[in-house]
Design a protein around this ligand. Sequence first.
Ligand SMILES: [Zn+2]
Length: 248
Amino acid sequence: MNRLLQVFACVVLAPACAPPPITPTPATDAAIALSGGPNTSMVYLARVPNGVIVIDLGWWGAERSVRRALHALRATAGDVTDVFVTHSHRDHVGAWRLVRHSRFHLAGAERSAFVGQRPHRGWVPRTFERLKQSEMPRPGDVDVRTFSRDTTFAFGNDTLYAYAVPGHTAGSAAYLFRGILFLGDAATYTRWGGFGPARRGYSDDAKVAARNLEALWARLPRSAVRLVCTAHAKCAALTPELLADIRR
Ligand SMILES: [Zn+2]
C-alpha cells in the first residue's frame, strides 16, 4: 500500500520527481489505471476477499488500461464485483461495458444521468453532449445500486465509505478506501492554481459543490484520510494547507 501512495504522490505532487511506473508490484493488492482524453482520468482497483472493486471507469482507452491493471492484480474483468462511480460525466464511466456484470454503486440523485435519462447542467458537458452523444448505459443494462446518505460497504477487513457530495453533478459522490479519499471532480487541480473546488462550467452548480465539499470534511473518520485524490489523478496529503487551497 505504501508503494501505491508513493506512486500517487510522486506522479502528481512533485514535478521534479520522475514519474515512477504506475503498475504496482505483484504483492500490492491495488492498482491504478489511467485513461486518455483531454484530461487524464483515473481508475482505482483493489483486490478484496471475493474479487476486485473499482472506483470510477475512466475515458478514452479505459478498457485497455483497466485490463492491464487487472492483469497486474492477477485478475480479470470477471473478478470485478463492485464499481463505485463518483459521477456520470463521460470521462469517468468509459469502461462500463467491460464490467457490466458488476454492481454499480452511485448516489441516488445520479442514477437518471448515469443511464442517460437526464442531461448534466454544466455548459461544458452539455456542449460535449451536443457534439457527440456519450455512450452511457441504458436503463437495465447494468445493476445500479444507489445510496442516499453517507454509507459504508464492507469487503472483508476493508470498509469503503461513500459520501454524497452533490453540486458538481446532482449525485456526485466521494469514496474513502484504505486511507485514500476519492473526490471525483468535487475538487480539481490546475497547474496554475493548484487544488481548488469544483470548476464552474463543468459543474451543475459550483457553489453548491463547494458548500457540500466543505460539509464533507467533518464527516470523515478522524485520522483515516492519508491522501486526497481528484478523479484526474491529482493527489495530496490531507493537510490544513490543502484544505485552505481547496477552499479559496
Ligand atoms: Zn466531472
